[in-house]
Ligand binder design. Structure first.
Ligand SMILES: Cc1cc2nc3c(=O)[nH]c(=O)nc-3n(C[C@H](O)[C@H](O)[C@H](O)COP(=O)(O)O)c2cc1C
Length: 221
């Protein structure tokens, strides 16, 4: 079997907020799904190495912000490609902290909800947290971003800690064509796909996925 057939599974994209030790933190996941409706429970799969995993185990709670299609790539980059263990990932993100001390995003989300862990299952690499939804937005707006939209339209990638990662995912586009590649998230800028050639982009242009500056892009191909 070729594991690429698993690409046919559909997912959304979410920011999981946690109470950090020094400041609130969050990470990107695509693995939230509803388990039951009464009571409302959901599950999420989080890598053992992620700071968010450690904090959910320590506090027994987390939030889920449902990202919308207009969520900026830089938010996904900031929360999905670095660890809250070593940096204040929410420093440049608009968020609020709930009474329960977990953060939820304020902009470009469809809704949020607050979750209390009721059970967990360990796999070799990830913990599946099962949680009861205790509170949430009164309403929702916008169009939820799907993982497929993130990959095909935003041309984003997933790092090794994402459960859906496949060997080579983080290598980005391997075609022999000349391209400018982001050293963090492997977003590839090919002149043939844009009206402005990479060289002519303004100096303050940044990677649309993770916000790395233009001068750090590397030529490949
Ligand atoms: C599109 C995308 C989907 C991701 N999905 C998951 C996921 O479902 N589970 C997971 O553990 N990590 C996932 N990640 C990776 C984490 O967001 C990433 O490892 C993050 O740096 C963890 O941060 P933390 O150490 O602060 O928890 C995903 C990342 C991206 C960009």
């Amino acid at each position: 079997m070729d594991s690429k057939i698993l690409r046919t599974l559909s997912y959304g994209l979410y920011a999981v907020g946690v109470e950090g030790e020094s400041y609130p933190s969050a990470c990107i996941v695509n693995t939230v799904f509803q388990v039951t409706s009464s009571p409302i429970t959901i599950a999420v799969s989080i890598n053992h190495d992620n700071y968010s995993n450690e904090r959910i185990k320590a506090t027994g709670k987390f939030s889920v912000s449902v990202l919308s299609e207009d969520t900026s790539g830089t938010v996904i980059g900031a929360l999905g490609f670095s660890s809250g263990r070593t940096s204040d990932k929410l420093a440049n993100v608009n968020y609020k902290v709930l009474r329960e001390n977990v953060p939820v995003l304020r902009e470009n989300i469809c809704c949020w909800f607050l979750c209390k862990v009721i059970n967990s299952v360990e796999t070799m690499t990830h913990t599946i947290f099962i949680a009861e939804v205790k509170a949430g937005s009164d309403n929702y707006s916008g169009k939820p971003m799907t993982y497929d939209y993130y990959r095909r339209i935003i041309k984003g990638r997933a790092p090794k800690n994402a459960p859906t990662y496949r060997e080579g995912d983080d290598k980005g586009d391997n075609s022999p064509q000349l391209k400018y590649v982001c050293p963090i998230c492997r977003f590839a800028y090919k002149d043939s796909e844009h009206t402005i050639p990479f060289d002519q982009l303004p100096d303050d242009w940044r990677c649309p996925i993770c916000g790395v500056s233009k001068k750090e892009f590397r030529i490949e191909g």
